[in-house]
Write a protein that binds this ligand. Structure first.
Ligand SMILES: Nc1ncnc2c1ncn2[C@@H]1O[C@H](COP(=O)(O)OP(=O)(O)OP(=O)(O)O)[C@@H](O)[C@H]1O
Ligand SMILES: [Mg+2]
Length: 512
């Protein structure tokens, strides 16, 4: 039987709090996945590979040739025995479940060992053109539907869901997942799981080792064995099939299917068909993923560009603010900016950064009131792989990303007490640990904090640490409200009219 001891479990996220912080697009993706559309029906176990015949030049033959090309991209290699797992840990939290085989942490960090799934005999994609050259009419119909979906669906979520729906029409899988590899530090940029059973809450469990192997070796893997009942708390898998998504000679992800139905066995024909589907779908999936990334990056850069404008105002109060900025910018000291909402605290923080020797390094703004405590902790300090459910890869925190630059902690009074303690250490020692990590990380950052609450009051009522307050309050400024600088009103009005009319003109909308 297939051992499921070492399984990475993926569940479509259902609520925003645990959604990854890759911008609203990603959150939307996870929320969309959470809408929990499920598939009903399918024709489990009925698929049979068709007989072969020579490919034709056009029509069906062209698709068969495409399938064969994809097939040839695999390599036939002998099976190598793998080391058994040494340490098994299970971590649970929030929406994801993670069962992962790990070796004991070594001095260089955590070292993973292959999980037992990979010690089982696998059928791997051969080099010979084993693609059926005559396809079952149902397979044809599905391939045509897939090609229609690829050209009509733009959103990555929609595309992945439709693809799995259609794959379930021709392959009797109970569960499926599409995993797209990350381009940065993260292991996966996108993970989408789908269960054939309507309304099921069960997570889709994917062996990390299988996926890693499919990506590394760029081979399709097929495994089916009879389960031994009751040997594990995880339902026994009778068949597992995973194929790589290959684009430009690079594995950009994988499609994973499994079933625990003892009546069902994935066959060679299923592997060939899935390999062909992967070949057709890869570029569209990769492009959808890249477009999502570009859109969120574009949004981030636009926000950054918009926040970079100069401060408007010629009043004495604004002159004093400018003098303050000029005085503190060259120093490394922490700055505390107090002031009512909308008085330009973030503008001042930006201006200090731009006038400082750190100007060509990142300016990272974090709003302490915008995220729940656990998520904020991971955003600030980063996390190690497996630190909590959904921590599929090591992720650096914003403090690390800001290395050499400035961190702007907005609404600092909202920082939870445990995080205040962690931040105090950052201010005192310039070091911290990632969530779930043991290694201290040194950072070179300048801190600017802002608040629209009286921090002294927060200290008196015990919601803010006194020692942190003193550490933050090295150089401080109170931004003046507009009522104290009425002479700036007309300047600001002209500034905002010019700014917004420019935007409207750019969109083709002009005044009368
Ligand atoms: N002196 C100024 N010149 C130009 N724009 C300004 C000025 N002061 C504030 N603004 C604009 O007002 C808006 C609010 O500014 P900002 O976000 O910096 O305020 P804030 O004090 O951080 O507010 P909050 O407490 O709500 O976070 C921004 O769009 C900013 O561009
Ligand atoms: Mg602000």
């Amino acid at each position: 039987m297939l051992s499921t001891d070492s399984i990475l479990s993926l569940r479509q996220i259902r609520a925003a709090p645990h959604a990854p912080a890759h911008g609203s697009k990603t959150n939307r993706r996870f929320r969309a996945a959470a809408r929990n559309h499920r598939l009903a029906g399918g024709r489990g176990g009925q698929h049979r590979p068709s007989a072969r015949e020579p490919p034709a030049r056009r029509g069906p033959g062209c698709l068969a040739a495409a399938l064969r090309d994809q097939e040839r991209s695999g390599r036939l290699q002998g099976e190598r025995p793998r080391q058994p797992q040494r340490l098994l840990r299970e971590r649970r939290a929030g929406e994801f479940l993670l069962h992962e085989a790990e070796a004991a942490a070594s001095s260089a960090g955590v070292e993973f060992v292959e999980d037992p799934l990979t010690t089982r005999p696998w059928t791997r994609a051969g080099g010979q053109p084993a693609v059926p050259e005559k396809l079952d009419p149902r397979d044809w119909s599905t391939l045509l539907k897939i090609s229609a979906a690829l050209s009509s669906l733009r959103e990555l979520d929609d595309l992945q869901r439709r693809l799995l729906e259609l794959i379930f029409e021709v392959i009797p899988a109970e569960r499926g997942a599409i995993l797209l590899a990350g381009t940065g530090g993260e292991e996966f940029a996108s993970i989408f799981g789908w269960d054939r059973l309507p309304g099921t809450e069960r997570p889709v469990k994917v062996s990390r080792a299988v996926i890693r192997r499919v990506l590394e070796e760029r081979l399709a893997l097929l495994n089916h064995e009879v389960p031994e009942a009751g040997t594990t708390s995880i339902p026994c898998l009778t068949s597992v099939l995973a194929v790589p998504l290959l684009a430009f000679d690079r594995a950009v992800g994988a499609i994973y299917l499994d079933t625990s139905n003892p009546q069902v066995r994935f066959e060679e024909g299923h592997r060939q068909l899935l390999t062909g589907i992967a070949g057709i779908a890869t570029v569209a999936l990769e492009q959808a993923r890249q477009r999502e990334w570009l859109e969120s990056e574009n949004q981030r850069l636009q926000e950054q560009a918009e926040s970079g404008h100069d401060m408007v105002g010629e009043s004495d109060a604004m002159r004093a603010v400018r003098q303050f900025i000029a005085k503190v910018a060259p120093q490394p000291s922490t700055v505390l900016i107090c002031g009512e909402t909308g008085t330009g605290k973030e503008l001042v923080a930006h201006a200090i950064h731009r006038a400082s020797p750190r100007a060509d390094k990142p300016f990272i703004a974090i709003n302490c009131a915008a995220l729940p405590e656990a998520l904020l902790e991971s955003e600030l300090f980063g996390h190690e792989k497996g630190a909590f459910t959904g921590a599929l890869a090591r992720k650096p925190g914003k403090l690390e990303v800001a290395e050499g630059g400035t961190v702007f902690l907005d609404e600092v009074s909202e920082l939870a007490l445990p995080l205040q303690a962690k931040f105090l250490r950052v201010l005192q020692e310039r070091e911290f640990e990632r969530v779930g990590g043991t290694r201290s990380i040194k950072v070179d950052i300048r801190l600017i904090a802002a608040t629209n609450r009286e921090l002294e009051e927060a200290v008196s009522d015990g919601s803010f640490r006194r020692d942190l307050y003193f550490r933050l309050n090295v150089l401080s400024l109170t931004t003046p409200p507009l009522r104290q600088r009425r002479e700036d009103i007309s300047l600001l009005a002209s500034y905002f009219v010019a700014k917004h009319s420019k935007r409207c003109t750019a969109r083709g909308v002009t005044g009368a």
